[in-house]
Design a protein around this ligand. Structure first.
Ligand SMILES: Nc1ncnc2c1ncn2[C@@H]1O[C@H](COP(=O)(O)OP(=O)(O)OP(=O)(O)O)[C@@H](O)[C@H]1O
Length: 589
């Protein structure tokens, strides 16, 4: 079962978003000023109406009230312009925040440790990179500015009702109290359900991705129905949680509807009481009623966006979860790289004092132990040296630990005990031996049976491993491994491959993967069953090209392939039990 990636808690999520907002303080300050100006201008009409009523009821109104109407018309036009201004400014800020978040997320997902991505399964990461970032975009661009405006507007409205008449202002108190109580009861429950729903959607995506990726295996094993059931169960989980969310939300909205009418009714009744007791005028009561009517509408929008923002904070927590984890892993890598350089300086000093064969080794394993679970080591105390230009065949039965050992050397797994050095540098713990030296040569690359081709041209696939390779160097590398077919492709190196474009056969994919290695020209290579699709003659030709000028570890079940090595080592149940010529070792295996 895939291990889902972490989710950052809500509080920290908002703190991180705030950190991003603060990057453009002036944009934010301008937005707040526009909110305040727009809220203030919306007070003009209710105040003018109140004043008009007071003038009329006290006989002070003479002639047609052109002045009042003019003020109301000007405020309406000004209000529309200000609304446009804050909407524009708010959306711009929201889009900028979302863009930054999207870029950070892509960077983070690319820098996660391979082990983390493998453990997570690609579904969870994919749904964060696509669905999550998209739903955050909508709320950030539209919801956040509207919510911010409504908050400012409600504060200004409540403040102005109290300013017009403190007695009438008291009518807002029940509304605010009921709203606060309701929010404190419902919001956490809605939040918890949203979190469950998002996790369920992610689990559904993981199951779907696994079914799509493993389609041929599922067919081979005839387990279509069982896998379909897994996917259906996940889909049902999503709908069940979504149903519960609907129940909570609809209850909340029913109560909220009641609460939003309450102050309006109260303001009319309470206004009449205040007027009769001489605490307020009819004008004050009318102004308060209009403001409260506006506030009722705003309160609905406030709750709508609050609910959406709660949802967004969960989704954003999933986005920040990846960013946080990548930052944490990067810090860990930096610390370990620092420790590694101190360690390798010490190792170099020791080696100088007492020269040994490991001083020249391209790959040096000392007493390496590793287990996928703590109780069950699958690699046990292995020590091995690989000298420059040397080829070693790693031989053993299926399950003896060959691939695990290869992954330990390539840095995708980390030894539980012992040390793995490539070109004198420790690997594991997020440190890979893929960094290039001054001549642009990587220390070590691995080529497995499951070579992956990226969507794009043949050339782009070559450049993935060898970014500096010229057109001619790419052709030379392809020719060296016997990939003559490239010359016959419709556009040669520039032919699009993968997906619905030109489809390569399995042996062509393996040759292309080997050609990438030749073009990248690393100091060492691990070839893990990387010629299984080639016939013997082609396999030998391509291996000779790869072996030239570098140290190589060959993992192969085929004695004819392993015989190309200078020496062979035999693995049994994770232990290195024999060493000799390939022929001797295969005779024992
Ligand atoms: N991801 C994993 N999680 C748990 N156990 C694993 C994992 N990968 C391999 N193993 C176990 O570790 C042991 C060594 O496996 P490994 O794949 O390294 O052997 P191998 O010699 O390369 O086998 P093969 O020749 O079939 O590829 C086996 O018992 C295998 O079941």
């Amino acid at each position: 079962m895939a291990q889902l990636l972490p989710v950052t808690p809500t509080g920290k999520t908002w703190a991180l978003l705030w950190r991003s907002v603060k990057k453009t303080p002036w944009q934010f300050a301008l937005l707040i000023m526009l909110f305040v100006a727009s809220s203030l201008i919306s007070l003009v009409m209710p105040l003018a109406v109140g004043l008009l009523i007071d003038r009329a009821s006290t006989g002070q109104l003479t002639g047609f009230p052109w002045g009042f109407l003019g003020a109301i018309a000007a405020a309406t036009i000004g209000g529309a312009l200000l609304t446009r201004a804050w909407t524009f400014q708010g959306q711009r800020l929201g889009v900028r925040l979302n863009r930054d978040l999207g870029i950070d997320l892509v960077d983070a997902s690319l820098s996660l440790d391979a082990q983390t991505v493998e453990d997570a399964g690609s579904g969870d990461l994919l749904s964060r990179l696509t669905d999550d970032i998209d739903s955050v975009r909508q709320v950030l661009a539209q919801g956040l500015p509207e919510f911010g405006f409504i908050v400012v507007m409600m504060l200004v409205t409540i403040g102005s009702i109290f300013t017009v008449n403190p007695y009438i202002g008291l009518v807002t108190v029940p509304m605010v109290v009921v709203m606060t109580v309701m929010l404190s009861i419902f919001l956490p429950r809605i939040g918890a359900r949203i979190k469950q729903k998002t996790e369920a959607v992610s689990a559904f995506t993981v199951a779907s991705t696994e079914n799509i990726r493993g389609a041929s295996t599922i067919e081979e094993l005839g387990v279509q129905q069982a896998r379909l059931r897994v996917q259906q169960d996940r889909a049902e989980d999503v709908y069940r949680i979504a149903d519960r969310l609907v129940v909570i939300r609809s209850t909340y909205w029913a109560l909220d509807g009641f609460n939003s009418y309450l102050p309006l009714v109260l303001s009319i009744m309470w206004g009449a009481v205040c007027v009769q007791n001489g605490w307020a005028t009819w004008g004050d009561a009318a102004t308060a009623s209009i403001l409260l009517f506006n506030m009722r509408i705003n309160a609905d929008i406030f709750t709508y966006w609050l609910d959406k923002l709660r949802e967004m904070s969960v989704t954003m927590g999933r986005v920040f979860g990846v960013i946080d984890l990548a930052e944490h892993q990067a810090r860990g890598r930096a610390t370990r790289a620092e420790e590694a350089s101190t360690q390798s300086a010490a190792v170099a000093a020791l080696a100088e004092a007492a020269p040994s064969s490991s001083q020249n080794s391209v790959v040096s394993l000392r007493d390496v132990t590793y287990g996928y679970s703590a109780q069950n080591p699958v690699i046990r105390s292995i020590s091995l040296e690989l000298l420059p230009g040397e080829t070693v065949a790693l031989v053993g039965r299926s399950g003896s630990g060959k691939t695990t050992l290869a992954r330990l050397i390539a840095g995708s797994l980390t030894a539980d005990r012992g040390s793995v050095l490539v070109q004198g540098q420790p690997v594991g713990n997020g440190l890979y031996p893929t960094q290039v030296d001054q001549a642009g040569r990587p220390a070590l690359l691995i080529c497995t049976q499951e070579a992956h081709l990226f969507l794009g041209t043949v050339s782009e696939n070559m450049l993935v491993a060898a970014p500096a390779a010229s057109h001619q160097q790419q052709l030379n590398a392809l020719e060296a491994v016997g990939a003559d077919w490239v010359a016959h492709l419709p556009n040669g190196l520039e032919t699009e491959i993968g997906g619905s474009a030109h489809e390569l056969t399995r042996d062509q994919i393996q040759q292309l993967a080997l050609a990438r290695i030749v073009a990248a020209n690393p100091h060492a290579v691990i070839l893990d069953e990387s010629t299984t699709q080639l016939d013997l003659a082609d396999a030998r030709e391509s291996l000779r090209a790869v072996m030239q000028g570098r140290a190589v570890i060959i993992i192969s079940h085929d004695a004819r392939i392993a015989s190309l090595a200078d020496r062979a080592v035999l693995l049994e149940e994770g232990e290195l039990v024999a060493e000799g010529s390939p022929a001797e070792i295969f005779a024992r295996a």
